[in-house]
Design a protein around this ligand. Structure first.
Ligand code: NDP
Length: 258
């Protein structure tokens, strides 16, 4: 079998949190194009349904939409049970849902801090834990978490201490799970994207005016596109990455290099 054939995900069952929009939607599309069945998981069921329907129509893959808030353990466990019930197994999980709140550290409320940490860090833990339990029982599986270049650098000029701390936590969580589960067939990696053009950046009234400034700091002079994260996730979800675990993949057009 050639390398391109080995990289396909035919018949694999995968869920994507934050899958209705942005990076999650784009990576879900790549999973479907590579042959996987994909569950689109999001707090917003209507948009998740639209995405799942669009993916089914355009790729022919079996898709489903599930409403779940990643901060709610019952909803997360129920979501994983639904995926397993429909597809009979869970090959990969993309724990990607996340938010950003830009407030100066001295003005950040306890609620704002908690919301970011709950969704970005606790949400990834709960989702990876629920997926991991199924995968450990199966003896195989690949988990991909979304961290950020903000785990490595302090982005400027916008203040985002909770976001940066949550994403740094995602990397160390990823490494911890990878080590705990390495001998039991379950791999855990994360991606650290640079600025990517999605609703999170393009539709935020706070962030939109900063794009020109970010681009002036970026070696490539531009934002990344969600599609530019697709192939690394297909690689991590599939069977050509069997020696890859506990790794963080920075995909940022060299933004963090200096
Ligand atoms: P988007 O805002 O475009 O999409 C995020 C999705 O996650 C939305 O559909 C959102 O639903 C969903 N979501 C939010 N909270 C929850 C929750 N509690 N439970 C389930 N789903 C939820 O963001 P991106 O696609 O840009 O971001 C995806 C991930 O990539 C995030 O973790 C983000 O931090 C990370 N990232 C993004 C970068 C960027 O520049 N865009 C750079 C580096 C990392 P709803 O809209 O209904 O709230």
């Amino acid at each position: 079998m050639g390398i391109m054939e080995k990289m396909r995900l035919d018949g694999k069952s995968i869920f994507v949190t934050g899958g209705a929009r942005g990076i999650g939607k784009s990576v879900a599309a790549a999973f479907c194009e590579a042959g996987a069945h994909v569950a689109i998981v999001d707090v917003d069921l209507e948009t998740a349904r639209e995405t799942a329907d669009w993916l089914r129509e355009t790729t022919g893959s079996d898709t489903m939409a599930i409403q779940a808030d990643v901060t709610n353990p019952e909803q997360v466990n129920h979501m994983v049970a639904m995926v397993r019930e429909k597809y009979g197994k869970l090959d990969a999980a993309f724990c990607n849902a996340g938010i950003c709140i830009n407030v100066a550290a001295e003005d950040m409320t306890f609620e704002q801090w908690k919301k970011v940490i709950d969704i970005n860090l606790t949400g990834v833990f709960l989702t990876a834990q629920a997926a991991g339990k199924v995968m450990l029982e199966q003896g195989y599986g690949s988990i991909i978490n979304t961290a950020s270049m903000s785990a490595h650098i302090v982005n400027v000029p916008q203040p985002q201490c909770a976001y940066n701390a949550s994403k740094a936590g995602v990397i160390q969580l990823t490494k911890s799970l990878a080590v705990e589960w390495a001998k039991r067939g379950v791999r855990v990696n994360c991606i650290s994207p640079g600025y990517i053009g999605t609703d999170l950046t393009l539709s935020s009234e706070t962030l939109k005016p900063l794009i020109a400034q970010w681009n002036s700091m970026a070696p490539m002079g531009r934002l990344g596109k969600p599609e530019e994260l697709q192939s690394i996730c297909v690689y991590l979800a599939g069977d050509t990455s069997t020696f890859t675990t506990g790794s963080d993949f920075v995909v940022d057009g060299a933004f963090t290099c200096f």
